[in-house]
Write a protein that binds this ligand. Structure first.
Ligand SMILES: NC(=O)c1ccc[n+]([C@@H]2O[C@H](COP(=O)([O-])OP(=O)(O)OC[C@H]3O[C@@H](n4cnc5c(N)ncnc54)[C@H](OP(=O)(O)O)[C@@H]3O)[C@@H](O)[C@H]2O)c1
Length: 311
């Protein structure tokens, strides 16, 4: 089968289209025939070597790439219950050091990394959900705050940020969204109550509308100290990338979220897609053979929604 692999770190051009053996599912695993694979910022980190420098991926001669997948169950290993050949599924490959990622014609995942695909979404749309939806859920789970608390989301127009806004609102939080001025309507549509445009003196501008500061920040835009300054004393701050944690000033609890596969939580997100609560956004689709072009477009920035590779 064909798959995209990384043999040397660098720009988009290092992505290699290779012929590799079709993987076999072991006990408790499922092989998915990939229909669509989301292209995420973390994939650029795999390709560039950032994840290896950060100690997240050990050095390897050949690395697979890609986390998000939508497709069809093609083979099941011993002991698998709940999924059968032909089922439409979505899932996430949460081991960035795996020999194969989701940029491939087939991928093997643990069965508990899968959920039934949304009924109301195309494979391309569905492939935008697992990584970033689960990250938003798992970040919110770190907050331990009561309904009515104020939660600031930076990067609110982005993939994680957009889901975080909607899910925070659904948990009864008051959401303050930070994004570019052109994205105000979009993030209000996700459920933000208050919009603060990105830019200088962010904390002062947040405190002007929330006196004393917000109870928590989900810092998906990796602003660090600029966003920490907007948090009340003793509040919460969630970090989304290696090296992006601010110093925990004023008794603020600073914690990293690291996504983990969770089929049950993913099934909950699928329900929210099917009932119209969560919006899935595809910037564009490209064939798997154009992974290099997809990474070039990701690096150029300005995308709204996710690029998706179609097998
Ligand atoms: N730790 C984990 O488990 C985990 C899981 C998933 C993702 N992540 C990380 O989370 C981060 C966000 O991922 P994503 O997929 O949501 O990325 P994304 O879709 O590119 O969204 C990031 C958003 O942040 C915005 N932004 C950039 N600078 C900003 C600023 N100064 N103020 C306000 N907004 C700003 C971007 O706007 P523009 O496009 O206009 O620049 C974009 O809308 C990435 O670093 C990703 O690697 C971590």
């Amino acid at each position: 089968m064909r798959a995209v692999v990384v043999r040397r770190f660098g720009g988009p051009e290092v992505l290699e289209f290779a012929e590799v053996p079709v993987p076999s599912p072991g006990p408790g695993q499922v092989r998915v025939k990939v229909a669509a694979a989301g292209v995420n910022p973390v994939d650029a980190g795999t390709r560039s070597g950032f994840l290896t420098e950060a100690g997240i991926v050990p050095p390897r001669e050949v690395l697979g790439i890609g986390w998000d997948v939508a497709g069809t169950v093609d083979a099941v290993g011993d002991g698998v219950a709940g999924f059968a050949i032909g089922d439409s599924v979505i899932g996430v490959q949460d081991r960035p050091s795996a020999a194969l990622g989701t940029y491939a014609e087939f991928v093997v995942l643990d069965v508990d990394a899968l959920a039934a695909a949304p009924r109301t979404a195309s494979p391309a749309e569905a492939a935008t959900l697992p990584l970033n939806g689960l990250t938003a859920v798992q970040a919110l789970a770190l907050l331990d705050l009561p309904p009515g608390a104020t939660v600031l989301v930076t990067g609110a127009a982005g993939a994680v940020g957009g889901y975080a806004v909607t899910l925070a609102k659904a948990r009864g939080f008051r959401v303050v969204a930070v994004a570019g001025p052109a994205d105000e309507t979009v993030v209000q549509g996700f459920g933000a109550e208050i919009f603060v445009p990105r830019g200088d003196f962010l904390a002062d501008r947040v405190r002007a509308v929330i006196p004393g500061g917000v109870d928590a920040v989900l810092d998906t835009a990796l602003l660090g100290l600029e966003a920490l300054d907007a948090v009340t004393n003793g509040g919460r701050f969630v970090v989304f990338a290696a090296g992006a944690a601010p110093i925990p000033l004023r008794g603020i609890k600073v914690e990293h979220v690291w996504i983990r596969a969770d089929g049950a939580a993913l099934a909950g997100l699928v329900d929210l897609v099917d009932d119209g609560t969560l919006a899935l956004r595809v910037a564009d689709t490209l064939p798997l053979t154009e992974a290099v072009k997809a990474h070039e477009r990701l690096a150029a920035g300005g995308l709204r929604g996710r690029l998706v590779l179609i097998s």
